[in-house]
Write a protein that binds this ligand. Structure first.
Ligand SMILES: NC(=O)c1ccc[n+]([C@@H]2O[C@H](COP(=O)([O-])OP(=O)(O)OC[C@H]3O[C@@H](n4cnc5c(N)ncnc54)[C@H](OP(=O)(O)O)[C@@H]3O)[C@@H](O)[C@H]2O)c1
Length: 292
């Protein structure tokens, strides 16, 4: 972790310590009451793999070749700034199989003590709350137990299975309705979460959840780690899955660092993108001029 990364954009090129690279973005303060700041993060190979099929697992998993502790540190820094994580029903089913990448952040390791201190110094709860997006409501209740100290919301559509809604509610889980059918509408979800007072929402689920957020145009920022590796394979997930976006979502590059130290024999690019909107200023905000 001691080895620095090199900022390539915005100029001038400059080295920065990896630790603190994203924590300094202070994403919690970017949200306002009624208008949470929504951000997401992926690690992908050069050929766009975020998860692959593997003989050892029933579900797609993050490739062992791309996952690395330096990216994981940044993932934890992003989680440290959230008051709410958005994950999916599938994460908890994967957990039951023992195939989820890890426990939901923040990790309890000593290496993340400084992130916990960062949270407490800003008056944030020790751990972010959790919103679980699900149509099926097939969420094994036992897998929620490790997270009972946090607020847990399940977000689903109006037509979700009433029996499963009741089972969740009976176990003390709040069920939010945000969509006309069984699918969640991203904008309705955001309004519901904003009414609950959340200010910084970190979407850590996969391609279907990210597509839902893109379709509703509610993503404010994407942190994308691109490992300089080509994996091949023919069964994989990429960033987004769903209908073609009309219009396509253009993204501004607002930050780019090079990390030559991981994965070994490759390196990675740490990219930050913000969506282009018809009304948005097309230039990076001043907050990004100083830090990557
Ligand atoms: N490399 C990376 O950075 C990265 C990041 C995240 C995930 N991943 C990997 O990607 C793979 C897929 O992850 P994932 O399963 O969390 O991804 P996902 O495709 O986003 O989640 C799928 C599930 O989310 C729920 N969902 C999505 N959109 C919804 C909507 N509009 N309304 C209601 N429910 C909705 C559904 O749950 P129900 O089936 O319960 O209805 C659906 O089955 C996993 O292997 C994961 O490890 C990789």
């Amino acid at each position: 972790m001691q080895l620095p990364v090199t900022r390539l954009f915005p100029a001038p090129q400059r080295d920065f310590p990896l630790e603190g690279l994203y924590l300094d973005h202070d994403l919690y303060s970017k949200g306002r009451p009624g208008k949470p700041f929504v951000y997401s993060n992926f690690i992908t190979s050069l050929d766009g793999r975020i998860a692959i099929a593997s003989e050892a697992s029933a579900t797609h998993v993050v490739p062992a070749a791309t996952a690395n502790p330096r990216d994981w540190r940044l993932y934890q820094e992003l989680a440290g700034q959230a008051d709410l994580l958005v994950t999916s029903g599938r994460y908890f089913r994967q957990s039951l199989l023992g195939e989820a990448q890890d426990e939901l952040p923040l990790g309890h390791q000593q290496a993340f003590d400084d992130i916990r201190e960062w949270r407490s110094s800003r008056g944030l709860a020790p751990q972010p709350d959790i919103a679980i997006m699900s149509s099926s409501l097939n969420i094994p209740l036992a897998t929620l137990e490790p997270y009972r100290a946090r607020g847990i919301h399940v977000v689903t559509g109006e037509n979700a299975d009433p029996g499963r809604v009741a089972a969740l509610q009976d176990s003390g889980i709040v069920v939010l309705r945000a969509g006309n059918g069984v699918k969640v509408n991203g904008r309705q979800m955001l309004h519901a979460l904003a009414r609950l007072g959340y200010r910084s929402i970190y979407a850590i689920a996969g391609p279907a959840v990210f597509h839902t957020l893109l379709e509703s145009r509610i993503i404010d920022r994407l942190y994308l780690t691109i490992t300089q590796q080509i994996l091949g394979g023919d069964s994989y997930d990429t960033l987004s899955r769903g209908e073609l976006l009309e219009p396509v979502q253009g993204m501004h590059l607002v930050g780019l660092c090079h990390d030559p130290h991981a994965p070994v024999h490759a390196g990675q690019l740490l990219c930050i993108f913000e969506p282009v909107t018809q009304t948005a200023d097309s230039h990076p905000s001043p907050a990004h001029q100083d830090r990557p």
